[in-house]
Design a protein around this ligand. Structure first.
Ligand code: TMP
Length: 208
């Protein structure tokens, strides 16, 4: 479709994606790449409003409503941000994408995966990230890191079992899509995680 690359970052809450995101954007820019940094749910005006609803602790919603909102926001994100950027030749780095729906809604909320696959097919067809970096931490470490940051959102306030199912679903996807999804052990010191990310990016995209 274009020379732009689509890179997504995944992991349970507290895996340290956000720190890595800024570092990756900087790394790519230094190599002369135009980078668009974005996130899900969100990344567009409408998507950010949906994000606010999805994270609001005062709201309850049916798990399938949650799925539909995630994919509605994604449809908008693809149309307004991701596809136009890739068509320009820019690289897009997104804090989460469809793997998060399979992990959180499929694993965490136990929504039937065929329903998720149908929505995935509807919303994005065969389009997939060129690379997904999955930052793996134990549930205990993830919870320890999020506890100290800010008040918990609607997902962060979930119980340990929810995150265990979410992490297990991520690990299943790592096994299912070994070419696309690269597991990074994010329990290590920050510098080591940066090095692992750098090595992956170098090998995949910058080796002559
Ligand atoms: P963030 O904390 O990484 O910004 O993401 C917000 C929350 O949204 C996070 O707890 C995971 C959740 N989420 C899903 O449950 N399904 C999805 O498809 C996406 C993109 C995010």
């Amino acid at each position: 479709m274009s020379q732009g690359k689509f890179i997504t970052l995944e992991g349970i809450d507290g895996a340290g994606k956000s720190t890595q995101l800024a570092w990756i954007a900087d790394f790519l820019q230094r190599r002369g790449v135009n980078v668009v940094v974005t996130r899900e749910p969100g990344g567009t005006q409408l998507g950010e409003k949906m994000r606010a609803l999805l994270l609001d602790t005062r709201l309850t919603m049916h798990p399938e409503t949650e799925v539909l909102l995630m994919f509605a926001a994604r449809r908008e994100h693809l149309d307004k941000v991701i596809f136009p950027a890739l068509a320009r030749g820019d690289w897009v780095v997104s804090d989460r994408f469809t793997d998060a729906s399979f992990a959180y809604q499929g694993g965490g909320r136990q929504v039937n995966s065929t329903k998720l696959e149908n929505l995935e097919q509807w919303v994005q067809g065969v389009f997939q990230p060129d690379l997904t970096l999955y930052f793996d931490v134990s549930v205990a470490l993830g919870q320890q890191r999020t506890a100290s940051i800010k008040p918990a959102d609607r997902f962060e306030q979930e119980q340990t079992e929810f995150f265990q199912r979410t992490r297990a679903a991520y690990l299943t996807r790592v096994e299912k899509y070994p070419e696309r999804i690269h597991l990074i052990d994010a329990s290590r010191p920050l510098q080591k995680v940066h090095e692992a990310v750098r090595d992956t990016l170098e090998i995949l995209f910058f080796q002559k």
